[in-house]
Design a protein. Structure first.
Length: 436
C-alpha cells in the first residue's frame, strides 16, 4: 500500500489491529457456539466477551514479539489473548485450524472493502449522470480510430460511461456475494473436531455464508473472480481516463481537468496544463489489473491446502482494494469538475468541411436509384478533395457542383443531409435506456 494513493476508511480495514479484532470475534463466536453445544464451558465465551467489553488495546508489537518466537501468527495471537483473558482462554480454537481464522477474516475484509467500493461507484455514477444530463445535447464529434466519424453529443459519451460503470457495480455486487464465505471446518475441512453448526453460527455473526466444501481453505477460484472483477473496473476507469486525456490534447481541447488556483503544470514551462489526474489513473489501473494474475495463479493449491497463496494475498488484498478505492474517488473528482468547451467541440466538427455528413449523402443517393458502389465513389471522390484541402473546401459545395450527384439529388435534398440535429433524434431513446 502506497500512502499517497490511499484513503483512511479503506486503509483502516487492512490495519493489523483491525485484522486481530476480526480474529478475536471469529474465535469468540466459535467458542460461544461450542459452549451452547456443551463442548466447552459457557463461561469460556463469557470470559472472552467480558474482556472484549473493556475495549482492550490490541498490542500489535507484543503479538509480533510472540510470533518472532513461535513463527506462527495465529498461535502468537492466541497466546497473547490467553495472557490477557486468563484460564478460560484455553477453550479458544477448539477443533479449529489456522485457515479457519485466516480465510474467514480475509472474507470479512474483502466484503467490508467491497462495501466501500460500492459506495465509491455510487458517487461516480451520480457525478457522471449529472454531467451527462448537463451535456445531453452538446454536439461533439464521434471518433473511430481517432479520426472524425459522425456527430454525437458529449452527454452520450458520458451516458456510455455511466452504463459501463453500472455494469461494474452489478459485477462487484456479485463478486461480493461470492467472496463473502466462512470456513470453520477444522483440519482438512472434515468437521471431525468441530460441528458444522459452529461454522453456520460464525458465518451469521460475521455477515457471511458458509463455504460448502472448504478442504481446510476456502477455494481460491472465488478470490480469482473477485480480483478479476476489480481488474475489469480498473479497465473501465482507464477507458474514461484515456478519453479525457485525448480530449485535453492541445490540438483537441474539447474538455480538460480542472486546473486549480496556484497549480503548476511543469517545472520548466509555466504555460503547461497537463492531464495529471487521468494519467495517474491510467497508471493505477495498470497496477490493479496486475493483481488479477497472481489471484488466478492462487487457484491451484496442493491437495487440501498449502500456503503458497498466503503471501500473495497479503499484497493483493489491501493493495488492490485500497488503490481501486482511491482511483474511483479520483475519477469522481475529475468528472465532477471537468471543464467542458462546447465552442471548441463545434469548431472541431466544422474544421473538416462537412465530411461528417458523408454517410447521409451516400444513403440518399442509394435511395434515389444510384447503386451503392457508384454512390460511394461519387461521395468519396468529393470527400477526398475536402480531406486533402484540410477542410478549406466544403463538401456540400463540391457535391452541388458534381453533375453525377445533382442528377440524383437536388440542392435542397443535399442541404437537408447536412443538418446536424438529425444525428441527435434518438438521444432521448438512448438516455431512457441508460438512466430510465
Amino acid at each position: 500500500m502506497v500512502p499517497r494513493y490511499a484513503r483512511p476508511a479503506m486503509t483502516a480495514i487492512w490495519e493489523p489491529e483491525a485484522r486481530y479484532r476480526i480474529w478475536f470475534e471469529i474465535e469468540a463466536h466459535a467458542t460461544e457456539k461450542l459452549g451452547e453445544l456443551g463442548v466447552v464451558p459457557k463461561s469460556a465465551a463469557k470470559a472472552l466477551w467480558d474482556w472484549w467489553a473493556t475495549d482492550p488495546v490490541i498490542d500489535v508489537p507484543a503479538i509480533d514479539a510472540i510470533e518472532a518466537v513461535t513463527k506462527h501468527d495465529v498461535i502468537a495471537f492466541l497466546t497473547w489473548v490467553a495472557e490477557n483473558v486468563g484460564e478460560e482462554a484455553r477453550f479458544m480454537h477448539q477443533g479449529m485450524t489456522s485457515s479457519d481464522v485466516l480465510d474467514t477474516t480475509l472474507a470479512v475484509q474483502l466484503a467490508r472493502s467491497t462495501d466501500l467500493l460500492l459506495e465509491d461507484l455510487d458517487d461516480l455514477l451520480a457525478a457522471i449522470k449529472r454531467r451527462a444530463e448537463e451535456h445531453k445535447y452538446t454536439p461533439t464529434i464521434g471518433r473511430s480510430h481517432g479520426i472524425h466519424a459522425e456527430p454525437v453529443t458529449f452527454g452520450l459519451k458520458l451516458a456510455q460511461a455511466y452504463a459501463e460503470f453500472d455494469r461494474c457495480k452489478k459485477r462487484l455486487i456479485a463478486a461480493r456475494e461470492e467472496i463473502a464465505t466462512c470456513a470453520i471446518s477444522g483440519a482438512v475441512g472434515t468437521f471431525a473436531n468441530i460441528d458444522p453448526s459452529v461454522e453456520a453460527y460464525v458465518a451469521e455473526k460475521m455477515g457471511l455464508t458458509v463455504e460448502p466444501v472448504s478442504t481446510q481453505v476456502i477455494p481460491r477460484d472465488r478470490h480469482a473472480m473477485y480480483f478479476a472483477t476489480l481488474a475489469v473496473i480498473a479497465g473501465s476507469i482507464e477507458r474514461l481516463a484515456v478519453e479525457v486525456r485525448h480530449l485535453q490534447r492541445t490540438e483537441v481541447l474539447e474538455a480538460e481537468e480542472f486546473f486549480s488556483k496556484g497549480q503548476k503544470g511543469s517545472s520548466a514551462m509555466p504555460h503547461k496544463r497537463n492531464p495529471i489526474l487521468t494519467e495517474n489513473l491510467t497508471g493505477q489501473a495498470r497496477m490493479i489489473r496486475a493483481y488479477a494474475l497472481p489471484a488466478l495463479e492462487n487457484v491451484a493449491l496442493w491437495h487440501e491446502r498449502d500456503i503458497s497463496h498466503s503471501s500473495v494475498e497479503r499484497f493483493i488484498g489491501p493493495d488492490a482494494t485500497i488503490t481501486l478505492d482511491f482511483a474511483l474517488a479520483r475519477l469522481t473528482g475529475v468528472v465532477d469538475k471537468l471543464l467542458v468547451y462546447p465552442e471548441r467541440m463545434q469548431a472541431n466538427m466544422d474544421r473538416m468541411g462537412g465530411l461528417i455528413h458523408s454517410q447521409r449523402v451516400l444513403l440518399a443517393l442509394t435511395q434515389n436509384g444510384v447503386s451503392r458502389e457508384d454512390a460511394y465513389r461519387l461521395v468519396q471522390r468529393n470527400a477526398m478533395k475536402v480531406w486533402e484541402s484540410d477542410g478549406k473546401l466544403m463538401l456540400l459545395d463540391l457535391l452541388k457542383a458534381d453533375e453525377e450527384v445533382t442528377a440524383a439529388l437536388t440542392e435542397e435534398q443535399l442541404e437537408e443531409r447536412f443538418d446536424l440535429d438529425y444525428h441527435f433524434k434518438q438521444v432521448d431513446t438512448i438516455f431512457d435506456r441508460v438512466f430510465g
